[in-house]
Design a protein around this ligand. Structure first.
Ligand code: GLU
Length: 384
């Protein structure tokens, strides 16, 4: 119930006009009972200590569900990177890293990307840490560019994992993936790769949205072309042959499956009642509020919970860390095949646990994770 460490730091940044603006950043370490702390860093305007704390806890349970030798942590800086120049972003990242330097490290706490942070931000973190430590330390952070020790497959890992979660759920419900009608909320790293793999496997991705709005085509969207369109124009809006819809309309479409891959709380007490999907695979962390979760449960919707459905990212982060520590380089095929095996196994562990306790898949995943963390805590005991 209580995180082990909560750190709040102030980050003064010299802005492009010469003025100084101070941002507030956090790193919360929830549990390291099962291994070093692990979890991403997000740059988001509304990020605060409560949010980062909740997400740190989810990381503990996420790592436990997939049985990675990690605890859980999360970091964040309250800022809008879309309004910052590249130089400002670099200065902010380096100063933030300097401020959390004492509590991170390859055997202590290993950060990674999260909402609105990417491989470039991880490269700055690695370089700042390495310069302060006096040695090149790629293993201090994951999600790095491949040229700097990043892993092949890390970029697509989370979205692929979310698609695998959906595919396994469809199998469990005897629905199959071919022709499955899917709506994807959020078209960042997770949403776009989930949509791409689902499209590749023959599902019909009929709608996607981003922070500016959504597009819908009942015949199915050409996802590779849509990804190109988003790269070129910065939004999914204006995609040829698609009708524009709001994010809420997307959630309420008559589809078989929904992939919420934007931010937390989009499926809430207000939006949940008109959800028609039979499967929800949570690409984002915490996209369904707890009251909405009860409604989904009553409706008999099969939810692949976030700590399972988006665990592909941290799983490949783990593979990246192992490669760094061993100074090895694995192929993309090897990495993604290993990840798939781990996720499919975790999916069945969760299903078995929820059957054993006669609870929902979210509760099953939590039971499994809490059992694993508690076992470690009991073995460690309390000291001093
Ligand atoms: N930010 C991602 C998550 O929420 C990845 C964390 C990691 O790779 O450490 O799972």
């Amino acid at each position: 119930m209580y995180p082990k460490v909560q750190l709040t730091v102030s980050i003064p940044v010299r802005m492009r006009d010469g003025s100084v603006r101070t941002f507030i950043g956090y790193r919360v370490q929830h549990s390291n009972a099962r291994g070093p702390y692990k979890g991403g860093i997000r740059y988001y305007p509304t990020t605060d200590l409560d949010e980062v704390t909740a997400l740190a806890m989810l990381m503990t349970y996420k790592c436990a569900v997939v049985d990675l030798p990690y605890g859980g942590a999360k970091g964040g800086v309250a800022c809008n990177p879309k309004e910052l120049t590249r130089d400002e972003l670099e200065r902010l990242t380096r100063r933030y890293t300097y401020m959390i330097y004492d509590i991170i490290g390859p055997y202590k706490d290993i950060p990674a990307p999260d909402v609105y942070t990417d491989a470039q931000v991880m490269a700055w973190i690695m370089d700042t840490y390495s310069q302060l430590a006096g040695r090149q330390t790629p293993e201090v952070v994951t999600g790095k560019p491949v040229a700097l020790g990043g892993s092949e497959g890390r970029e697509e890992a989370t979205g692929l994992g979310t698609a695998i979660g959906l595919r396994e759920a469809a199998k469990a419900l005897n629905m199959g993936i071919k022709g499955l009608r899917v709506a994807v909320e959020g078209f960042g790293n997770v949403g776009s790769y989930a949509a791409m793999y689902l499209h590749e496997w023959g599902a019909k991705v009929v709608a996607v949205s981003d922070s500016k709005g959504g597009v819908y085509n009942p015949e199915g969207l050409n996802v590779p072309k849509l990804i190109e369109h988003k790269k070129r124009t910065g939004t999914v809006l204006g995609f040829e042959g698609a009708k524009e819809i709001t994010d809420e309309e997307l959630l309420h479409l008559d589809v078989d499956a929904l992939v919420p891959a934007a931010v937390e709380g989009t499926i809430n007490a207000r939006t949940v009642h008109d959800v028609k999907a039979k499967i929800v695979s949570e690409g984002a962390n915490g996209p369904v509020t707890s009251d909405a979760d009860r409604v989904l449960s009553e409706k008999g919707v099969f939810v692949v919970p976030d700590i399972l459905a988006n665990a592909g990212g941290v799983t490949v982060s783990y593979f990246e860390w192992v490669q760094n520590l061993k100074r090895e380089k694995w192929t993309k095929e090897e990495v993604l095949a290993k990840m798939e095996a781990k996720l499919v196994r975790a999916f069945h562990d969760v299903l078995n646990t929820s059957r054993r306790y006669a609870v929902s898949s979210r509760m099953g995943a939590m039971c499994l994770a809490v059992e694993r963390v508690c076992e470690a805590i009991k073995l460690l005991n309390i000291w001093p």
